[in-house]
Design a protein. Structure first.
Length: 230
């Protein structure tokens, strides 16, 4: 019993360090965040910090892993749904991403400028690789099911899954550029919609799915975004 309690306390303290690190990355950037920042915020010694993480790089990898695990927990129930078709699962995957952003609009905007700053380039790259490792297998499973159902025609499910992540990553950069306009300037909402629909079109072609199915879903999503941003 004592060992179980100690393990629980260890996990809680480790998570507390990760929570503070994530906050500092959002406000200062990964490269600018120092171990001393964490020690002062948590009021712990350097020895206590190194008990949980052997380096700042190890802390980064643990944070990336935790974020990937959280995303995986949301996706797994969609993929394991035996009643849903592959096409519906794919649309639910995209809806999940969109719904999270809309539900946390204030946090998304507060985080956006820092997230795409040069200081977080390493963190973004690590998280991208984590998504490739953790999310691609789930997407590949959906695509394989879709091929078996005849709704997708790609002969390369694994690579198609990687391409989905790459296209979403590129869309994120493009959207950041359109959203992070200078003060007083208006956001080009029609351009945002056009870029989203173009990405949806590219995904349809990669998967070999029915033309317009994904674009229509994304068009509805962007209409909701325009209403929020207006």
């Amino acid at each position: 019993m004592a060992r179980s309690v100690n393990a629980q306390e260890y996990a809680q303290k480790r998570d507390a360090i990760l929570d503070v690190a994530q906050r500092y990355i959002a406000t200062k950037g990964y490269e600018q965040m120092t171990t001393q920042d964490l020690l002062e915020s948590l009021q712990i010694s350097k020895g206590a910090f190194y008990h949980y993480f052997e380096s700042k790089q190890a802390l980064l990898m643990a944070l990336v892993e935790r974020m990937a695990e959280q995303a995986e927990l949301l996706i797994a129930p969609i993929v394991s749904d035996r009643e849903a078709s592959a096409e519906d699962k794919l649309l639910r995957f995209f809806d999940l991403v969109d719904q999270y952003k809309r539900d946390n609009l204030g946090i998304v905007f507060a985080f956006l400028r820092i997230w795409y700053a040069d200081e977080n380039a390493l963190f973004r790259q690590k998280l991208y690789l984590a998504r490739i490792q953790r999310i691609v297998p789930w997407l590949a499973q959906i695509i394989q099911e879709g091929v078996a159902e005849g709704v997708f025609t790609t002969p390369y499910p694994d690579q198609a899954a990687r391409t989905i992540i790459a296209l979403l990553e590129d869309l994120g950069y493009a959207m950041a550029g359109l959203l992070l306009v200078e003060e007083g300037a208006s956001r080009d909402l029609p351009r945002m919609t056009q870029m989203g629909e173009a990405t949806a079109d590219a995904l349809e072609r990669v998967l070999g799915m029915r033309s317009g199915r994904l674009r229509q879903s994304w068009s509805d999503d962007f209409s909701r975004w325009q209403a929020l941003l207006a």
